[in-house]
Design a binder for this molecule. Sequence first.
Ligand SMILES: [Zn+2]
Ligand SMILES: [Zn+2]
Length: 113
Amino acid sequence: MINDIRISPHFKLREFQCRCCGLVKLSPRLLQMLEELREEAEIPLVVTSGYRCPAHNRRVGGAPRSLHVEGCAADILAAPEAQKRLFAMAKSVGFSQVICGGFKKYLHLGYKN
Ligand SMILES: [Zn+2]
Ligand SMILES: [Zn+2]
């Protein structure tokens, strides 16, 4: 299976693929911070959106200059009651852009270069 490659202790490349076309761009620093967050949270982190090609980003209503298009952001699955704890941890490992999705059950994690 394409991109079925383990790229860190807890993540595979295919988890970061664009959901529409399978293209992938991934910042090493994003992956590093996700690993640190995974270690600290001690729960599996499920990536619901990683890289987005510009067309897909438009289709899902992402910000025009979304960090997903740069390979510098990922959304992870997070129940509303878990978001506050994960938000604080994400900030402490270095994410500069953390957005709680509330009832939409995700946490957006990104950083600006
Ligand atoms: Zn795409
Ligand atoms: Zn996002």
